[in-house]
Write a protein that binds this ligand. Sequence first.
Ligand code: GLN
Ligand code: ZN
Length: 750
Amino acid sequence: MKTSIVGFPRIGEHRELKFQTEKYFRQEISEEELLTFAKALRQKHWQTIKQAGIEEIPSNDFSFYDQTLDTAVLFNIIPEEVAKLPFTDLERYFALARGYQGEKGDVKARPMKKWFNTNYHYLVPKFEKNTQVKLTGRKIFAEYQEAKALGIQTRPVLVGPFTLLSLAEYEAGCVAEDFVPDLIQSYREVLLELAKLGAQWVQLDEPALVKDLAEKEKALLTTLYQALLEENLGIKVLVQTYFGDVRDVYEILTHLPIDGLGLDFVEGKETLRLVQSGFPKDKILYAGIVNGKNIWRNDYTKTVELIKQLPVEQLVLTTSCSLLHVPYTVENETFAADITAHLAFAKEKLGELVDLATILTSKHQIEQLIQNQTLFANNRIEKNLKVQQAVDALQPNDFIRQPAFAQREKLQKAKFQFPLLPTTTIGSFPQTKEVKQKRAQFNRGDITEQAYEAFVQAKINEWLAWQSEIGLDVLVHGEFERNDMVEYFGQNLAGYLFSQNGWVQSYGTRGVKPPIIWGDIYRKAPITVKWSSYAQQQTKQYVKGMLTGPVTILNWSFPREDISLRESTLQLALAIQEEVLDLEANGIEIIQIDEAALREKLPLRQSDWFSEYLDWAIPAFRLVHSKVKPTTQIHTHMCYSEFTDIIEAIDAMDADVISFEASRSNLTILDELQAKHFQTQVGPGVYDIHSPRIPSVAEITETITKILSKVPKEKVWINPDCGLKTRGEKETKASLQHLTQAARLVREEL
Ligand code: GLN
Ligand code: ZN
């Protein structure tokens, strides 16, 4: 029985790729130095996988930024405005990813969206009427050859044509079908060339196949693959799916002239049933049985039982999705042994696959199985009865804030007396080197708590004064005391574990370090009250309290698997509710509860949206703020504007104000807000914060005008897309100055 993986983390054991790439951005190393570094990193990863005993190893799963962008660039799918600028290949690549402002031109970054139901983000390819799809890239070939030169035969990976077309954006006047012939021709050329170079297999990633698919889409899938595989290209093709099951196209897939089919047995609720209904003898099943998204040890007994139920002759054991979504290794952690025993990061998962293959082919009871059985036989944690009782005691009224929105809105308008188009920010200000250094010093014990607090207070004062000066209406304290919006809360909640090194790529060079929910959750002590009330005491203007909501905390943690996500979320909601009430009691009259990641775990199939997720996620948010006074203004924030399809659910969160990222995706959401009579006041972000580019006053004015053409002016707030912690101070200040100027200009016209 063979073993494989769908993909491996590429940022490096210690996020080396991030640091080198950022050095390149700052022009501290050359393009060549960056390329050389990346090559060594790829080598290390291939060798690690090989040494673990995995037989089929992927290549081209490496990326400097994003694999979807890589695929677009491979096929010359580059918007005209970027294509025409005099860049080197690498410069053009990063200009697409991050935008560019300099002597060679001024272009915005491509829009970025969440990769299915993960916290990874991909760059949206754009097909324009004039896009000439053709094979122009070399990366996939170069990386295959690189591995081959090391004596490692790999299976190059590429985003498949169906997923590429379904994730892309199209210029008005063109549709996916227009590009099919050229796209297929280009994929064929890739496959032919890989075959020529000696590759035996290619992997086409098609996660888009786990969604609900219409007849038209099924037809497109058939067209694409029949055309692609019309003749023998001399290379075997693995169609790899993940993040769910392929119930809508299982029939089609099993009849395609492909050689391998990768299916997800972890998230795919129907995968087992589908395979049991019959699997073609001429194909290899790549069974995704080791969870590529969570960090818990695989339960070997269960997995072996599952595999034994598969009526399949040719089987390869693999991960449920790319290991991109888990950290590199447990080896660099300092947990106690009885905790470590329960954890498996990417490297450990390689070992699990090999163990499972051994167990499945051996006639004897082998040691790995016995050890694993012992681990799962014991209770991992002791339950906290108080927490469990509090969750059980919840009543319907606990989820409803009184009075209703319309009445609160009146009371709040009368109380706050903000001008039209009130301006604010999303919470964080730049986490400069200095800020991070001070926190590190404090954590190491190099400076006293008083010294650290005095430093944070000084930062708060500095930025409060600056915000007033440029005329922002609602101020923030700047979140200088926080490392990130989830870990910070987790550290102040019982039930959490933190890794030292458990970084996972979020987008480009950005990583997140999701904390681990280990046990039942409760608030140990007040979390943000000290900072928020300090800030509020320094100024007569309103300062927003700043919290992370329960759904986001859950979605950005590694969740438990022994209780439901709903139950974990309600535990979190009760803890954050205590914090909200504490802030209110301490004089904070506007409280923002971020639900940046609310959409992230929305099931990929629409039929599951409510029953499996929104039915508890939205109430969990309401629980957090249901007990505040009518005149306490509750804000929330989301990191995307893609909620056109769940707009009623978002309104049902019953916040008073919601801000969301809008400028990097187009403003189509506004039509929907209008059509659905969205009641919550809205702050669609007026500029992109993922890029160092500074928006001009004219640009922002234009965006505000667009917003006002769709949303009643009484409902509109003006703010950036998201928090500013990743930005430099200079660009932040210039951008926000432009924002307040633009808001004033538009106000004068109203
Ligand atoms: N309040 C957070 C901040 O400003 C929100 C971050 C986010 O939405 N990702 O950083
Ligand atoms: Zn955000």
